[in-house]
Design a protein around this ligand. Structure first.
Ligand code: MLT
Length: 304
């Protein structure tokens, strides 16, 4: 019997991959052979000697102490691409939220009507008060051309945007070959200088941490709109707050709220919803459970 500990709620479709006659699965299992985790922070987790693998139902692995796992011979899996569609759709939504004043218009119209204002007058006033640009014809810089970044680039071109891609871990040619729809792969400085929208899709590593900082923002076009659906630490919050205050950044959409960034002007913050669709939760859970099963049963390693 393999013992699998779940550190978060895992989609039942994922659990059903593991044959119940061979697997004991719960949050209370001890001396586990494998762990299924979504976002729980495992940095202080005490690994039992029995543990052979950790499978993360998601792309990023920065909630897992990779070095400690390697030292202990524990294989860490993730699920690249399994939530890419969900994040792509949220990126489109984020660009529209950053442009069309949807959240402001929604709050305003509700408040006006609650105060008893005349509907016709409210609509008349609102339509001229909440004007925002279209995406079509604008330039988008996609930083990070993994499964998610490529999908964001591709959908953006279908919305009539000109897309420039950059990946810190790929050569220009390799980045271009990933997506026939990215107009050009560029260096970061060129993206910063030219793009109206910048969407970040890189993992958080020592190299990428704080990459959107004062120096980067200084190079950007005035009024740029920035989306961070990747990891909070990629953006220096103090520098972003200053740029929002000055208007250099017109809007910042982040999937990583904290008390500091919420003080900023034109911040649209959501609680890590990038992968929160039933489809994505199912895809990630199924892939993670398959990886765990294939490793525990057959020693196969994919996406580690
Ligand atoms: C990811 O890294 O793919 C996300 O953090 C997944 C999630 O929301 O759990």
């Amino acid at each position: 019997m393999f013992r699998i500990k779940t550190l978060n709620k895992i989609s039942p479709a994922g659990l059903s991959v593991l044959d119940q006659t061979r697997y004991s699965i719960s949050g209370d299992v001890e001396n586990e052979d494998g762990i299924l985790v979504r976002s729980a922070d495992m940095h202080d987790y005490q690994f039992p000697d029995s543990l052979r693998a950790v499978a993360r139902a998601g792309a990023g692995t920065n909630n897992i102490p990779i070095d400690r796992c390697s030292e202990a011979g524990i294989v860490v899996f993730n699920t690249p691409g399994a939530n890419a569609n969900a994040v792509k759709e949220l990126a489109v939504c984020g660009m529209l939220l950053a442009s069309r004043k949807i959240t402001e218009g929604n709050a305003w119209v509700k408040a006006q009507l609650a105060e008893g204002a005349d509907l016709e007058k409210v609509v008349e006033k609102g339509k001229s008060q909440f004007v925002g640009p279209e995406l079509s014809g604008k330039m988008l810089g996609v930083i990070g051309l993994g499964a998610i970044g490529v999908q964001v680039a591709n959908i953006a071109t279908k919305l009539g945007m000109t897309v420039f891609g950059y990946d810190p871990f790929l050569s220009v040619d390799a980045a271009l070959s990933l997506s026939r729809l990215v107009h050009r792969a560029m260096d970061l400085d060129t993206i910063y200088k030219n793009c109206d929208y910048i969407s970040i899709h890189v993992p958080q590593t020592p190299e990428t941490k704080g990459m959107i900082n004062e120096g980067a923002i200084h190079m950007m076009k005035g009024g740029v709109r920035i989306l961070n659906l990747a990891r909070g630490g990629l953006v220096n919050d103090d520098d972003m707050l200053a740029a929002l205050e000055s208007g250099k950044v017109a809007a910042y959409v982040t999937d990583f709220p904290n008390n500091k960034i919420l003080q900023g002007k034109n911040v649209i913050a959501i609680p890590h919803l990038g992968a929160s669709t039933p489809e994505s939760e199912e895809n990630c859970a199924v892939m993670a459970a398959q990886e765990l099963r294939d490793y525990l049963e057959n020693g196969n390693i994919k996406n580690s």
